[in-house]
Design a binder for this molecule. Structure first.
Ligand code: PEP
Ligand code: MN
Length: 336
């Protein structure tokens, strides 16, 4: 249930409603909105009786929530959430571009690519220090050394950095260095990790599980928000299907569904969806056209030498072209 407070409700009235919710054994979660405060009622088993709250001073309405996810839903918060990473906003009327290599391989590799993507139009830098690889014999990432290199990229370019956390044990370490913490497709339902992310003060980029429904994905985001972290960025990165012409199938139809269901920002990863360079630019154009708030794209200055995902990494000049094209699509849509 969502209790909508009157525009003129006082702080005391809000506190009294919170107390009344808690007295009944539920959890109260105030959600400040543009015009008024709403209070979410969580942890109820079965429906909540609206009459408990409707008579309290300052209460305008009590609306039953029909979705299994609460805090992530538009029923709880109608306005788009905008997440501020340094001075880069993500969500609502923005188009935010994150780019960089799949993995941080060395300081010179990361700095070279950072320079290229910044010139091309990226606002945030990506790079994995802890890499979830299908084969245990593949490059696993530089670990802590990779995180330190990311700090140097931030210092030298001013771009905030996005990097993946793979497990609970290394969460504190990744949290110390990252500006945005990525939870990858393989960990979307790692509930221990989601709960830890819920206690973080850093924004979380939550990728969709490669076989997850939209409901499961939004419930994973709910775990993070329920823990107290409201800064969640959703990322569609393709789902597993029967096709062989791409690594995964980018589920473009998920974007309008998520935009309708949730107030959270949603971005698209065309690189892991495609698995091959020639599809990345067309998928990026499509992602922006269906309403994504941004992209996360793999770029490498020498993809043939990349230690991971070279086949899907764009050359820097391709990335610059991608940025020009999607900005123009975005600006056109905004004007119309
Ligand atoms: C990545 O972004 O480096 C990555 C491993 O992505 P995903 O979890 O989507 O496969
Ligand atoms: Mn990759």
């Amino acid at each position: 249930m969502l209790i909508v407070m009157d525009q003129k409700a006082t702080t005391e009235e809000i506190k009294a409603v919170v107390a009344s919710i808690e007295q009944r054994g539920y959890t109260a979660r105030p959600i400040p909105g543009g015009e008024r405060v709403s209070i979410g009622v969580l942890n109820n088993i079965g429906p909540v009786d609206a009459s408990y709250f409707l008579g309290l001073p300052g209460v305008k309405d009590a609306i039953p929530v029909t979705r299994p996810y609460k805090l992530v839903s538009r029923e709880f918060k109608p306005e788009d959430t905008v997440i501020q990473v340094g001075n880069v906003p993500i969500g609502n009327a923005q188009l935010t571009i994150i780019a960089g290599p799949c993995a941080v391989e060395s300081e010179s590799q990361a700095l070279t690519i950072a320079d290229h993507v910044q010139k091309g139009g990226a606002q945030l830098f990506r790079g994995g220090a802890f890499k979830p690889r299908t084969s245990p014999y593949s490059f696993q990432g530089l670990g802590k050394e990779g995180l330190k290199i990311l700090s140097r990229v931030r210092e030298s370019t001013g771009m905030p950095v996005v990097t993946e956390v793979m497990d609970f044990e290394t969460f504190d370490l990744v949290e110390e260095y990252a500006d945005v913490i990525q939870i990858g497709t393989r960990n979307m339902q790692n509930f221990t990790l989601l709960r830890r992310a819920g206690r973080s003060e850093k924004p979380i980029l939550l990728k969709r599980g490669m076989a997850a429904t939209i409901d499961e994905w939004l419930m994973a985001a709910e775990y993070i928000m329920e823990g107290g972290n409201s800064q969640v960025i959703l990322c569609e990165r393709g789902v597993r299907t029967f096709v062989h012409h791409s690594r995964n199938t980018l589920d473009l139809s998920a974007i309008p569904v998520v935009l309708k269901e949730s107030h959270l920002p949603i971005i698209v990863d065309p690189s892991h969806a495609a698995g091959r360079r020639d599809q990345v630019i067309p998928l990026s154009r499509a992602a922006v056209a269906v309403g994504a708030h941004g992209l996360i794209v793999e770029v490498h200055h020498a993809p043939e030498k990349a230690l991971s995902d070279g086949a899907q990494s764009l050359y820097p000049d391709q990335f610059s072209m991608l940025c020009r094209q999607i900005r123009s699509i975005f600006d056109n849509l905004k004007r119309s």
